[in-house]
Design a protein. Structure first.
Length: 277
């Protein structure tokens, strides 16, 4: 159980003190010690969240130029949502991006620092990789012992084979880590000039939404899906509408920071549905 609400933590404290008092009065010192350990453990349990995916998980914008400032993608706003809601959590992963300057320098030689910097909070951990295909993620999942995985992958190398590849990856996750909660994103599209890529991407998302996730959930796996795709459409209520203009910072596949914030809102709403308290 993960501590989520501050009111709940106060309730634990009151119950814990009452237990200690009874133990002292009855002379049951061993029982008292056990109660202390159990209460302390329940109050410090941390929800370990792995943001898993490609460059969009990292938060890339118009790299390598970086005229659109790096702000940790959806992760900074998601952090704020979780913190405000009282979650006790830790972002986990060991990707060095973007600070390894694989695709330009987001700090512009140290002259730029994000106003809200997850590094200062020890919360810049993630498992995203620029250009990462679906196949690259299998070896990443085994790291960091997550309790919750936010998976968004598939835009790189999108093809007719992508549904079978995501199925293979997701099957590996739910089989090897059955205790982990997995949220699979219906991924963001390319700009509207990439017509063929977006047709393949649409089919891929429909497969995730209507086939992959429902089938595995019906078998008892801890899996759900979140719609990131419609955020980029001309009509967010019509999944078949075309991709809107002005949504991509690199005029190809990376969102602007405004879109990243909207993605964070949807990630958070999906996490709330899991009731991890």
């Amino acid at each position: 159980m993960y501590l989520k609400r501050t009111g709940f933590s106060r309730l634990i404290g009151i119950t814990f003190l009452s237990t200690v008092l009874v133990a002292v009065l009855s002379g049951e010192q061993n029982s008292q010690t056990e109660s202390i350990n159990e209460a302390n453990q329940s109050s410090v349990d941390t929800l370990r969240i792995m943001c898993l995916g490609d460059s969009i998980t990292v938060g890339y914008t118009d790299n390598p130029i970086w005229k659109v400032p790096f702000k940790f993608g959806y992760r900074s706003r998601l952090y704020k949502h979780l913190k405000q809601a009282g979650y006790n959590f830790k972002f986990v992963g060991n990707s060095p991006q973007p600070w390894n300057k694989m695709s330009g320098d987001p700090s512009h030689g140290g002259t730029y620092k994000p106003e809200f910097d997850l590094r200062d909070l020890g919360q810049d951990n993630h498992q995203g990789g620029g250009g990462a295909p679906i196949s690259a993620l299998k070896k990443w999942v085994s790291t960091s012992s997550p309790d919750l995985i936010l998976l968004m992958i598939g835009i790189n190398g999108i093809s007719e084979n992508s549904p079978s590849k995501i199925r293979d990856l997701v099957n590996t996750i739910v089989t090897d880590k059955p205790e982990v909660h997995l949220i699979v994103a219906q991924i963001t599209p390319y700009v509207n000039t990439q017509i063929q890529k977006n047709k393949l991407l649409y089919t891929y998302n429909i497969y995730i939404r209507d086939t992959l996730v429902p089938e595995l959930a019906s078998k008892g796996h801890k899996i759900s899906t979140v719609d990131m795709y419609s955020l980029f459409l001309t009509d967010i209520n019509n999944y078949k509408s075309v991709v809107a203009e002005g949504k991509h910072s690199n005029n190809f596949n990376h969102p602007f920071n405004v879109e990243y914030d909207l993605m964070a809102d949807r990630w958070f709403a999906s996490i709330e549905k899991l009731n991890l308290n």
